[in-house]
Design a protein around this ligand. Sequence first.
Ligand SMILES: [Zn+2]
Length: 289
Amino acid sequence: MKKFLTLLVCAAIFLHCSKPEVQSNKLLVGASIAPLADFVKQIGGDHVDVFTIVPPGANPHAFELTPGIMKKLNQTDLLVFNGAGLEFWLDNVVDNLKGKKATFTSDGLDIKDDEHQGHHDGNPHVWLNPQNAIHQVKKIYFALADVDPQNKATYESNAALYIKHLEIVDQDIQQTVDTWTQKKFVCFHPAWAYFADRYGLEMVGVIEKRAGMEQSPRDIAEIIQTVQDIGAKAIFVEAQFPSHVAEMIAAESNIKVVPLDPLGGSKNLTSYVDLMRYNVAQMTKVMKE
Ligand SMILES: [Zn+2]
C-alpha cells in the first residue's frame, strides 16, 4: 500500500511539474470581464489561455480582489482591462503589479461623464456599443502583438475577421431596433447608455444611479410617472443587480420586469456576440408592438 502511495505521489509530482512546460507556449492573459476575455480568445486563438477576473454573475462595481486572484494576476503575460473606472480595485494593488504588461481598452473612446455607481471615472459600459467593442478589439490586438510579436500575423488576421463579424452584428442590431415602435426605456442601472446612443434609443429613467443608493418615495414616484409617460411595457433589470424596487415599480405600473445582461460569461452567454443578441431579443419582446 505504501509503495502504491509513493508511486501515486511521484506521478502527481511528475504531472504537476510537467504541466507548466506544456502550457509555456501559450500566453496567459487575465481579462477583467467576460466580453474582454472573449475578445482575447477571438484574437489570440490557440496561442492564449485567458481567464476572467470578475467572475460571471458578480457585480463588477462591488468586486473585491482576493489574494488568490492577485497571485494569478502576477503570473500573467498580459492584463486586459476596460478602464473608465471599471477596475476601481486596481488602485489598491497597482504597486504589486508593477512591470506587468496591461492594456486599458477604452483609452481613446469618449467616456460618458456620469458619476457611475459611486465611481468617479464616468460610465464604463462602453462595450455595449459594438463600435466601441471594435476599438477594444484593436487595442487587444496591439497588446498581443506587442507581447508576442512572433504570432502577430495570426493575431492580425483573427482580429480583422472578428471585426468584420462585429460590423455585421452591429448592422443587424440597428435593423432590429429600427423595427421597434418604442425608442425609450427605463432600466435599473445605467449600463445601456452607450448602447442607446449607438442605436438611437433614449434611456429616460434609471432606478439606481449610485451603488446601494436608497430610492426615496419621490424617486420611485418619478420613475412610475416616467414609465407611464413613455408607455413602457417593461423595466429592464440585470442579474447582477437584483432589485425589489424595480419589481415594486413594475407591479405598481402593471408592467413586466425584463432581465438583461450587460456582462455575460455565464454558461449560456459565453460570447460577446451571443450576449448582444440575447439582450436585443429580450428588449424586442417589449419594444415592438
Ligand atoms: Zn455600471
